[in-house]
Write a protein that binds this ligand. Structure first.
Ligand SMILES: *[C@@H]1O[C@H](CO)[C@@H](O)[C@H](O)[C@H]1NC(C)=O
Length: 154
């Protein structure tokens, strides 16, 4: 039976922490009072400025179905503050067969998020975004023709 020496245990812990720090955009979200599942699992890299401006790059564009179908462009940008993402660009949601940009996300309390979509505000529960969702290349059979309806941001 292999027994880890204190030193190799230390090395192992260091390895775990150093590698996990490469994918902590989800932790950054939770540290900022937002659910980790707002971003799908295909994050390739991200940058975050001290003023909260961030860039997230996915390995590919993603479709994710929450209560509505969401589309994540390969690159999204915005400004992250505690409990709030503003000036968001690169995330769209399909409402009534039309794609609209999600411009902001605000935690109104520790269970509810307000999404600003155009001139609408829609409420979502934190629990919808509890798990980090899988990035899908296709919207899926329930959403045929979504790509042809995609409205790119002006
Ligand atoms: C909003 O985001 C754009 C990039 O998408 C950036 O050029 C601009 O400075 C940002 N505005 C604010 C107020 O942060």
């Amino acid at each position: 039976m292999a027994v880890l020496s204190p030193f190799s245990l230390l090395l192992l812990l260091f390895f775990i922490f150093s590698t996990s720090s490469a994918s902590t955009i989800y932790e950054i979200l939770t540290e900022n009072g937002l659910p980790q599942g707002l971003l799908p699992d295909a994050v390739k890299e991200y940058s975050l400025s001290p003023n909260g401006e961030f860039v997230v790059e996915f390995s590919k564009p993603c479709y994710v179905f929450f209560t509505d179908l969401f589309y994540y462009e390969k690159r999204i940008t915005g400004k992250l503050e505690y409990g709030r993402i503003s000036n968001l660009s690169g995330i769209q949601v399909k409402k009534f067969f039309i794609w609209s940009s999600v411009e902001g996300i605000v935690a109104t309390d520790d269970r509810t998020l307000d999404f600003t979509v155009g001139f609408l505000t829609e409420k979502h529960r934190f629990s919808e975004f509890a798990e980090i969702p899988t990035c899908r290349s296709k919207p899926g059979t329930s959403c045929r023709g979504a790509e042809s309806l995609l409205i790119s941001e002006a």
